[in-house]
Write a protein that binds this ligand. Structure first.
Ligand code: NDP
Length: 295
């Protein structure tokens, strides 16, 4: 029986954070610049609060200054825009992140559009996504989760050029940019979504699968071509009586089955999740370097 190599996102993310720490301290010593990340959180969603807390902790661990604004659920869109505008003008801030989802009374598009593209470390501004889609154009930033997926493929020496890739999911923040990135890397890419007929048959043709759906264990072993590389972005809580919290987190891919068929696979947790944060730190450092013309 074969068993897939486990793509250890946690340890690669640690390696990347160590590299970033060294670069930040060198930049501080030579030009006196400390990168800064501003995070705007609106409302009291527990998951969002956890993500923001983790991002802040990660910033501290590498030497990035973090500035957090926490606004109540019933804030107005204008209040959020005012904070963004302040951060856009603040030279000590090199990255601005608006934690999604926003309360439903706010227009997400307006808010994401208002982050200046030079500080759009989440890569959600339409100009950055548009440039990602264009031949011969470079986005200033690429969204952290898809970038983390590709970084894992690179660091594990997975060939992308000329291979068949399937991305399951087409959200603006994960699926679509992941597909665009794979295409930029010269893969032949198919995108599977909720209206796809026979997703199993299409997925089975892939040498590389990126699953970003939000459906626990949806991708079964039978969907996977023997030897394929599987990147599982999904984070889905499922009931688990054995856990103290009463639930555990699983991916979009049925891990037990996939392990026996894939050549390599990311676990959940410990795969893509830690890479997302590492890429956010990396984008913030890149931004500070670019603004200060520091190589
Ligand atoms: P969205 O809900 O925005 O998008 C889900 C996508 O999956 C949509 O394009 C949808 O299709 C598609 N989809 C839904 N059901 C099916 C189905 N049965 N068959 C095929 N496609 C389907 O989710 P996100 O992209 O934001 O997130 C996806 C997952 O990744 C979630 O579990 C989320 O928690 C996780 N995530 C993890 C991150 C990390 O750091 N590891 C970061 C961000 C997200 P359609 O477009 O047709 O509706």
């Amino acid at each position: 029986e074969t068993s897939a190599k486990i793509i250890d996102g946690k340890s690669i993310a640690k390696q990347i954070r160590d590299e970033i720490t060294v670069e930040i301290s060198r930049m501080k010593d030579t030009v006196g610049v400390v990168p800064g990340l501003a995070v705007i959180l609106v409302g009291d969603r527990k998951d969002s609060a956890t993500y923001v807390r983790n991002k802040k902790k990660a910033c501290e661990s590498v030497g990035i200054n973090s500035y957090e604004v926490h606004l109540p659920e019933d804030s107005t869109e204008q209040e959020v825009l005012t904070h963004i505008s302040g951060f856009n003008d603040d030279p000590s801030v090199h990255g601005i992140l608006v934690q999604l989802p926003l309360p439903s009374h706010m227009n997400e598009q307006n808010i994401l559009n208002s982050v200046c593209i030079e500080k759009d470390v989440d890569g959600f501004h339409p100009l950055n996504i548009g440039r990602l889609a264009m031949r011969g154009r470079e986005p200033l930033f690429v969204s952290c989760t898809p970038k983390g997926c590709i970084e894992l493929l690179h660091r594990y020496g997975v060939d992308i050029k000329g291979r068949r890739a399937v991305v399951i999911g087409r959200s603006n923040i994960v699926g679509t940019p992941a597909a665009l990135l794979l295409q930029r890397e010269d893969a032949t890419v198919s995108v599977v979504h909720s209206r796809t007929t026979n997703p199993e048959e299409i997925t089975r043709q892939a040498d590389i699968i990126i699953a970003a759906v939000g459906q626990a264990n949806m991708v079964r072993g039978s969907w996977i071509k023997p030897g394929a590389v599987v990147i599982d972005v999904g984070i889905n809580p499922v009931e688990d009586a054995k856990s103290a919290k009463g639930y555990c987190l699983v991916g979009d891919v049925c891990y037990e089955e996939a392990c026996k068929i894939a050549s390599a696979i990311t676990p959940v947790p410990g795969g893509v999740g830690p890479m997302t944060i590492a890429m956010l730190l990396s984008n913030t450092l890149t931004s500070a370097k670019r603004m200060h013309n520091y190589k």
